[in-house]
Design a protein around this ligand. Sequence first.
Ligand SMILES: [Fe+2]
Length: 369
Amino acid sequence: MIPATGSQFPNIKNVPRYVFGSGSRHSLGAMVDARRAASGKPAAVFLIDEFFSADGDLPKALGVKDGDAVRYVDVAEEPTTEAVDALLEDLRAAGITEPAAIVGVGGGTTLDTAKAVANLFTNPGRAENYQGWDLVKNPGVYKIGVPTISGTGAESSRTCVMTNHRTGLKLGMNSDYTIYDQLILDPDLSSTVSRNQYFYTGMDAYIHCVESLAGRYRNPIGDAFSGTVLNLCREVFFGDDMMSQSGREHLMVASYLGGCALATSFVGLVHPLSAGLSVVLGLHHGVANCITLNALPEFYPEAHAEFRKFIDKQGVSIPERVCADLPEEKLVEMFEAATLHEKPLTNALGPEFRQTLTRERVVGIYRRM
Ligand SMILES: [Fe+2]
């Protein structure tokens, strides 16, 4: 077993507490109040996906009180180091020096933003200083995650992915301190997502586990998580309606367990190539993963075939020809952004991955997307 954390026997941390079930979101206010009492700090920070900004009653329903800071997270672009720094600066300018808790309510972008901001409240410097493995030195602010869409595993993973436009690096703060202290897993919250988006994001959990099981760093615990996740995804995506109550429940569990799987292993080839699409074209993670898997039957033949069956069964669509008309230099830029991800590529292909992933071959794969 090769560690995610750099030592021979990684000491895995998971989310210490979660509540699960329809209606469990109503326990959030009491949880935040308990943190106010325990920390002696009155103010909490609520970072909410902008998707919910039109719902004027939501902050009160979440337990927001006078003196708390509420910010709607712009999810048009996935988290960037610049946006995370700007949000922290904005909160500090509003007088929030160290809140009782940070609550993230939303999809992967919002959940990851909340994790990054929580770490930066207690660690000096800028977001880009902590892109990498185990660079965060101090525990972050207590954080509560409330996912509203399932698949990324952001709720249970030990990273918070951010794109750094200055360096071209799409990498998170991979740290035990990045893990949420508390989750509220309420499948009611994912009922209003569009079908395509629900599918793209849900497939992230499936792809995490396909990559993990096909990798060189497999281990019995990661395999157990991954196998369970794949079975849950099959139940959801071969079901009559992937968005039924039971579909949403099962996908929420798959997403959570997929994040746990990643704590013990690595992704493979899909995520680095998908990151190239995100960095250069700004495509979101879920859809970029689907576009990538769609172009990789040669590397993941069984998963590719199953993915195509899911698409047919659920009647969703995957964007095509997103790279077909791009100039060569953009494709080379993608190749370079993708091959920065040495750990997952080594997991997928071994340390000599560059012999397989030549520039010509990767550019050819991108051209097929
Ligand atoms: Fe992912």
